[in-house]
Design a protein around this ligand. Structure first.
Ligand SMILES: [Zn+2]
Length: 307
């Protein structure tokens, strides 16, 4: 009889253990931080007009800042739009990315700087609903997207290598390659705060340069000091970043990879720069595109893009 009791007690203990083990597993599952499906949408504007603009919005489950990335405003800068393409398929854990890989589709299709009517990056001074250019409606769309962002980035490829001092005909203050362009060192906001663009651009350049072995491709900060009478680049007063900073008070900058490198190199440099700005502003992703040249070469080969 005593032995039977022992067996009953043992069975009861086993039953209770299994019950609690299964219960605790369920509780663990309930409280686990299993990521739900990330939120990614593509919206197409001006469909079937030849000026289609695809806007990718990728949001994380955790709240964070919004970074807006434009590329393809100039159609002869393939490094820009091919880099932007690579980020449209990532998942974001924290924050939001809005990516417009080809703002100026007619220019991209032609492979030329200009699309339907002149340089789109010289049209941001136009009033909204302007009829002065067939590109104006696309510029208006860009302006409406800028309103939704905390940080605005326009990515390009430029000739030579920017340097704050004259080094050579290829490396000097008038060249654009390998720099983070800002329109002012510091911008005074109407509420008395200061938007410290130079510090922001320097931090991003430092993060990028730590990942670029060859120092001749290091990014420099290029302050075009656009509003100043002594600016070397007064034409930039009609640009996207100038509009974003002066009219909408956003952290706005441009990344320029050099055209004096291979296409996979330009895509690698710009991908590194986007990783860096995402880190700096606190947008997190677990599947950022690789920056190794061999991976990028294979990607371009798969897309049948000559590089
Ligand atoms: Zn450009």
């Amino acid at each position: 009889m005593a032995n039977h009791w022992r067996i009953y007690v043992l069975i009861l203990v086993l039953f209770i253990s299994v019950f609690f083990a299964s219960k605790s597993f369920t509780i663990r599952q309930i409280f686990s931080s299993k990521p739900s499906k990330p939120n990614a949408q593509v919206q197409t504007f001006f469909g079937n007009t030849g000026q289609e603009v695809a806007v990718h919005v990728i949001s994380g489950n955790e709240k964070g800042p919004t970074l807006l990335i434009f590329a393809g405003i100039h159609g002869d800068e393939a490094g820009g739009y091919l880099t932007a393409d690579r980020f449209t398929t990532i998942t974001v854990k924290k924050g939001t990315l809005i990516i417009v890989p080809r703002l100026n589709r007619p220019a991209v299709l032609k492979g030329k700087r200009q699309g339907l009517s002149g340089d789109m990056n010289r049209m941001f001074h136009l009033p909204e609903n302007s009829n002065s250019s067939p590109d104006a409606k696309v510029v208006d769309l860009a302006k409406s997207l800028i309103k939704r962002a905390d940080y605005v980035l326009n990515i390009h490829q430029g000739s030579g290598f920017y340097s704050p001092t004259w080094i050579s005909p290829k490396r000097n203050p008038l060249k654009w390659g390998q720099c983070n362009v800002i329109d002012a060192l510091i911008f005074d906001l109407p509420n008395g705060d200061k938007l410290e663009l130079a510090r922001f651009a320097e931090k991003i350049a430092s993060r990028s340069n730590a990942r670029i072995k060859d120092t001749k491709f290091h990014f420099q900060v290029n302050n075009t000091n656009t509003a100043s009478n002594t600016s070397l680049h007064k034409e930039q007063r009609r640009s996207l970043t100038y509009y974003a900073l002066y009219k909408q008070h956003k952290h706005a900058l441009a990344f320029e990879a050099t055209k004096n490198c291979t296409l996979p190199q330009a895509v690698s440099f710009l991908s590194i720069a986007i990783h860096s700005i995402m880190e700096e502003v606190g947008i997190q992703s677990e599947n950022l595109p690789a920056t190794d040249l061999s991976v990028i070469r294979n990607e371009l080969r798969d897309k049948k893009i000559n590089s």
